[in-house]
Design a protein around this ligand. Structure first.
Ligand SMILES: Cc1cc2nc3c(=O)[nH]c(=O)nc-3n(C[C@H](O)[C@H](O)[C@H](O)COP(=O)(O)OP(=O)(O)OC[C@H]3O[C@@H](n4cnc5c(N)ncnc54)[C@H](O)[C@@H]3O)c2cc1C
Length: 471
């Protein structure tokens, strides 16, 4: 099955003919290298593509897939390359199909509250554009300033706002998909309901480029809430911090738009990177960062008073309120730049991504702490407390070589992922499986895996779509 045809001059000539030449990169090793990896593990997880095609429309994608399917050439769809699971690494070489030029916001429909976009739109560009018109796109991964909407859909990206608004899949109401054989098919559209047949849209969500290429995406918008307030609460340890999550939501009688957590080591590293000092930084073992949204000043004042009281009753050392942009941005910078803060000290730190039922966060944190002691490795952790998504980032001890570290850090993260699954969680909450976690997928979801593979074989019988991912 994996005996693919090698890309040669004749293949490249055909790709140039399809795209009128300008967007095909071949033999330019330096440029091709940029498309050989995502943000997961640098050179150790990289693989060079034979050719990169920067497509401009669905028609070009269709012709390329028809051709690749007939010739049996692997095709790897690529968004912004910000992924953390190696999902867009072209493991078998072949064609990398980049959607970076397909970055048009086609329509913001204020009557239906729907945005229609091409897959290469940067997430934050859409957020800003719809906000200008009083609307809100609630998909918000921490990589919002770099990742593309298409990549978000293909990984079912999460982020800090999942507790209130759901992950990316919740916002997708329609997709135009170019299937592996080149056929262009519309699923859903501007309609909000559809009980006629299988829900294909949510089969494509999280499919990591293995079933087809999204060429147009219909997204649900909502009215912009208007005002926000952020609360920062330091705690002596993570158990006390997490014990607040459920109660906080019940007592404030509302869903916050975020309840994030960040541990003490991460705050210290982030504080150096961002040049910001948080209160209680030397004493606190963990922080919660909570965001409420409301229409009026009085409404959010009421929310932060109730929330603040609940947090103090739940063991917070203090509660700090940021109700203006500058102070809010300071708090969020530490959380949003969590990974960069760690990478500034250790460029080899990989990022884990597991999910557990929220009340199991202390158990998984305890396990991470045991692993940290057993392997004598520092493991800073942050995550989305409200939805149980935990990101451990083991840091390379000085004496271990980067290559040895690749194997050791994989072993550490695999153990944590398996523990999460045993607690009723899963091996990925939002970054996806890619090729790095594919063995774990099979191990933890053996029954589902069989059905997933059958579906893959129906949609992509020749196996050209992003081979080596998920399976
Ligand atoms: C600093 C940092 C913070 C991050 N924070 C978060 C976070 O909070 N939440 C979160 O979920 N993720 C986060 N990520 C991970 C990453 O940003 C997401 O996985 C994102 O959704 C990937 O989008 P992308 O455009 O970069 O896609 P890529 O990484 O290029 O590709 C990801 C997958 O999507 C597929 N794909 C891309 N475009 C298409 C298309 N048009 N059709 C079909 N398949 C396609 C690719 O084949 C691949 O399988 C973070 C990453 C970094 C570096």
């Amino acid at each position: 099955m994996n005996e693919f045809k090698k890309v040669d001059e004749r293949v490249v000539k055909e790709l140039r003919r399809i795209t009128s030449g300008a967007s095909v990169i071949y033999e330019d090793k330096e440029t091709l290298k940029n498309y050989s990896h995502d943000e997961s593990g640098g050179e150790y997880y990289a693989h060079m593509p034979d050719v990169v095609v920067k497509v401009e429309n669905a028609d070009q994608i269709s012709k390329i897939l028809k051709f690749a399917n007939a010739q049996h050439i692997p095709v790897t769809p690529r968004g912004a390359g910000s992924g953390l699971a190696g999902a867009d690494v072209p493991l078998y070489g072949g064609i990398v199909l980049s959607v970076e030029k397909m970055n048009r916001i086609i329509e913001i429909d204020k009557n239906n509250l729907v945005a229609v976009v091409e897959p290469g739109v940067v997430t934050n560009d859409l957020c800003k554009k719809v906000a200008d018109g009083g609307l809100y796109y609630a998909g918000y991964p921490m990589s919002v300033e770099t990742s593309f909407i298409g990549g978000n859909v293909a990984t079912n990206a999460g982020g800090s706002k999942v507790i209130k608004y759901g992950n990316t899949g919740h916002h997708v109401i329609g997709l135009e998909v170019v299937m592996a054989d080149g056929q262009i098919v519309e699923f859903g559209g501007k309609r909000r309901k559809d009980s006629s047949g299988y829900d294909f849209i949510h089969l494509f969500v999280g499919s990591e480029g293995t079933l087809g290429v999204f060429s147009k995406i219909y997204l649900n918008l909502i009215p912009l809430p208007g005002k926000t307030v952020d609360l920062l609460a330091p705690f002596k340890d993570i158990e006390t911090a997490i014990s607040n999550v459920g109660r906080l939501m019940i007592e404030s009688k509302t869903l916050p738009s975020a309840i994030e957590f960040i541990d003490g080591i991460s705050v210290k590293l982030g504080s150096v990177y961002n040049n910001i000092k948080l209160p209680f930084q030397d004493e606190a073992g963990a922080y919660l960062l909570i965001q409420y949204e409301g229409r009026k000043k009085e409404e959010i004042e009421d929310l932060y008073e109730i929330g603040g009281k609940a947090l103090m009753a739940g063991g917070a050392m203090d509660v700090f309120v940021a109700d203006n942009r500058t102070n809010s941005e300071k708090l969020w910078r530490i959380r949003r730049n969590w990974l960069e803060g760690i990478k500034a000290f250790d460029p080899y730190a990989p990022t884990g991504d597991v999910v557990v039922p929220t009340d199991k966060i202390p158990q998984i944190m305890q396990y991470i702490s045991e692993i940290s002691t057993e392997y004598k490795v520092q493991i800073p952790v942050a995550g989305h407390a409200a939805d149980g998504n935990v990101h451990p980032a083991p840091m390379k001890p000085e004496k271990i070589s980067p290559l040895e570290w690749k194997d050791l850090s994989e072993e550490i993260l695999d153990k944590i992922a398996l523990k999460a699954a045993s607690l009723g969680g899963a091996i990925s909450g939002e970054h996806g499986v890619g090729f790095i976690k594919k063995d774990l997928l099979k191990k933890t979801k053996p029954d589902q895996y069989v059905f997933m593979k059958k579906i893959k074989d129906i949609f992509d019988p020749t196996g050209i779509m992003n081979p080596g991912k998920l399976y």
